[in-house]
Design a protein around this ligand. Structure first.
Ligand code: HEC
Length: 110
């Protein structure tokens, strides 16, 4: 079967050069697709889902994971969330700032 192979190769090629990654749109999509329900609204992780931000995994790995998750996470096909939308979601996760170190939080230093 050549067609599925071609489709896979094409989608990989597209993933490597996705146009404009829009973090603001990614934030909306993260809410729209319910990612926040398991991963927290800032991708900080919850008891139901892994921590995703800051420093999300590389885009190609993220797309591959979404299509075929390995554990509890439901799969998201390209019909549900496109590669370009995942690029925006990743841009949002990458835009989330690191939390401050504990020594900079006055309440934790009394
Ligand atoms: C029903 C709960 C649930 C939802 C909804 C969900 N996830 Fe997950 N996700 C998980 C869990 C649990 C894991 C940890 C590994 C596993 O069990 O699959 C995970 C893992 C991941 C990983 C891999 C993290 C790593 O470091 O390897 C990524 C990336 C991810 N999710 C992104 C998303 C995105 C983006 C969405 C929304 C489109 C989403 N998830 C929606 C539960 C969820």
């Amino acid at each position: 079967m050549r067609i599925p192979y071609l489709a896979a190769a094409l989608s990989l090629a597209c993933a490597a050069q996705l146009p404009g990654q829009d973090a603001a749109n990614g934030k909306k999509l993260f809410a729209k697709y319910g990612c926040y329900e398991c991963h927290g609204s800032q991708g900080q992780g919850t008891t139901a889902g892994a921590r995703l931000a800051p420093k999300p995994i590389p885009l190609a790995a993220l797309i591959a994971y979404m299509r075929q998750p390995k554990g509890q996470m439901p799969p998201y096909t390209a019909k549900v969330v496109s590669d370009a939308e995942l690029a925006d979601i990743r841009a949002y996760l990458a835009s989330i700032p690191e939390p401050p170190p504990a020594k900079n939080i006055p309440l934790l230093n009394q």
